[in-house]
Design a protein around this ligand. Structure first.
Ligand SMILES: Cc1ncc(COP(=O)(O)O)c(C=O)c1O
Length: 344
């Protein structure tokens, strides 16, 4: 099977498994696991933040950030296709009691003036609206096609947000991909935000875990909510070791995933009946529309050809490259897609 459903399907390598098996561990809820501490220190250093917290998932990292920045009744501004809105089971409402104010972006990216447009009238005592507290950006943007926020646009959005006394959180589940693609270090992106979440279990290939980074006082607050949300883990060093290994050994190689995505997209452009968003292929994702058959039908035909892909809408399919697929697999997958679209 060539599994292109997501970069979350990656399996730990032998070397990663060895690092995990050898990890020193202790009770991290009591604050004594040395491997978790080492991972948190490394993440904080790479992101240029005071402190970081290891958590079970990207969803928890984001939701801890929202909970720690806000109070019930607050408003959080984000893009309408953002992961926190589309795919986190309405957690901002359920866990933080917050309303999401949505901005329609271009491949998940919006401008500073679009942000200013959703501000409540300033200076007005307003008992009718939620209190706007936080702006959330996603880089790379998943439903945007793995698109990258231009750094100048982040800076402009930050300026507008700060003028309105808003805080900023970055959903950086795939920030590693943005950095490798642009050459802009993670910390350069992170400096525009009060908090940043990153994932180890996507392109980096670790089996479990994400982290939230920010100022020390903010992370102390998030740590209390992590316990409240049930995310305190005991001998977590065994999985943190996989994450640490992934950070040190699998970041640079993301460039190969990006090259494979471009290769795949170019091959798919040759297939009649598909509309490929080639400009949107900026990192490790390829999205295309099916013009002649429903996406679900193509997904099941492809499964018979040994290729797994994900339908994200009635006529839209997503493919994601990662460390368990090769350039040769791109060729095999493109041929299978061609045959499946043609009815084979
Ligand atoms: C942009 C983005 N943020 C957050 C998450 C959530 O990560 P998890 O599946 O670990 O909860 C994902 C998952 O795919 C994602 O793509």
């Amino acid at each position: 099977m060539i599994d292109l459903r997501s970069d979350t399907v990656t399996k730990p390598t032998e070397a990663m498994r060895r690092a995990m098996a050898a990890a020193e561990v202790d009770d991290d809820v009591l604050g004594h696991d040395p491997t978790v501490a080492a991972l948190e220190a490394r993440v904080a250093a790479v992101l240029g933040k005071e402190s970081a917290l290891y958590v079970p998932s990207g969803t928890m990292a984001n939701q801890l950030a929202l909970r720690s920045h806000t109070e019930s009744g607050d408003e959080i501004i984000c893009e309408q296709d953002s992961h926190i809105y589309q795919y986190e089971a309405a957690a901002p409402a359920a866990l933080s009691g917050c309303l999401l104010r949505l901005i329609p972006g271009q491949r998940g990216i919006f401008s500073a003036s679009q942000l200013a447009e959703v501000f409540h009238p300033s200076g007005e005592v307003n008992n009718h609206a939620g209190t706007q507290k936080l702006v959330v950006l996603e880089n790379t943007h998943n439903r945007g096609g793995g698109s990258i926020w231009p750094i100048e646009q982040i800076a402009a959005v930050e300026l507008t947000a700060r003028d309105a006394h808003l805080r900023l959180h970055l959903d950086g589940a795939r920030l590693w991909n943005a950095s490798v693609a642009t050459g802009i270090p993670e910390a350069e992106y992170a400096k525009h935000f009060d908090s940043v979440s990153v994932c180890f279990s996507k392109g980096l290939g670790a089996p479990v875990g994400s982290a939230l980074a920010g100022e020390a006082a903010f992370i102390r607050r998030a740590k209390r909510f992590r316990k409240q949300f049930g995310g305190g883990m005991r001998q977590a060093g065994i999985i943190a070791a996989g994450a640490l290994y992934a950070m040190e050994h699998h970041r640079e190689r993301l460039a190969a995933d990006h090259a494979n995505a471009r290769l795949l997209a170019q091959r798919l452009m040759e297939i009649k009946g598909l509309e490929v968003d080639i400009e949107g292929v900026q990192t490790n994702m390829v999205y295309f529309n099916t013009l002649t058959l429903p996406a679900a039908e193509l997904v099941s035909r492809l499964e018979r050809h040994g290729v797994l892909v994900l339908a994200t809408a009635r006529n839209r399919i997503r493919l994601v490259t990662h460390l368990n697929v090769s350039a040769a697999d791109m060729d095999t997958a493109a041929k299978a897609i061609g045959r499946a679209v043609a009815g084979g």
